[in-house]
Write a protein that binds this ligand. Structure first.
Ligand SMILES: [Zn+2]
Length: 152
């Protein structure tokens, strides 16, 4: 194992999200609603050298195993990510990333007239298209920079 691989230490229990596109690690955390206030121990490698990707990010969340639903949302911003569930330092499960049919509560609708942007709280919901996402209420489509619309 090279020095570079050692840079991020192994975790005993939790989830390792690897092969995230360089610079997207913080967006992955936003999708998981991890901002530090929950007390999770999180290790992040940003722009780590990678043979396959050039630069990649790695996120390790201790003592939390991601649900398939959370994993599927990550596929929107990191389609080639690999997700390993760790127990007692061993990989016990590798999750497959499937693009979800829809995502709820993760993204904000950019249309200020949308019902989800009003005073009455209506949870956002977007259908996932091949090349973007579409608000199910006002049909606004987000094609680029989806990560700019993540609810933080
Ligand atoms: Zn909308």
């Amino acid at each position: 194992m090279s020095e570079r691989e050692l840079r991020i230490s192994k975790i005993q229990n939790g989830t390792v999200i690897d092969h995230v596109p360089g610079g997207e690690a913080l967006n992955v955390l936003a999708v998981l609603e991890i901002d530090g206030t929950g007390g999770e121990t999180v290790s992040i490698g940003i722009n780590v050298e990678s043979d396959a990707l050039g630069r990649k990010d790695v996120v390790k969340v201790e003592d939390r195993e991601l649900s398939q639903e959370e994993v599927d949302v990550i596929s929107l911003i990191a389609p080639d990510a690999t997700i390993n569930i760790i127990r007692d330092f061993d990989v016990v499960d590798k999750k497959r990333l499937d693009r979800p049919e829809a995502v709820t509560g993760v993204l904000a609708c950019p249309n200020h007239d949308c019902i989800t942007a009003g005073d009455e709280p209506v949870e956002t919901r977007f259908e996932v298209l091949d090349d973007g996402v579409r608000c199910v209420y006002c049909e606004t489509i987000i094609r680029e920079d989806i990560t700019d619309h993540i609810v933080r």
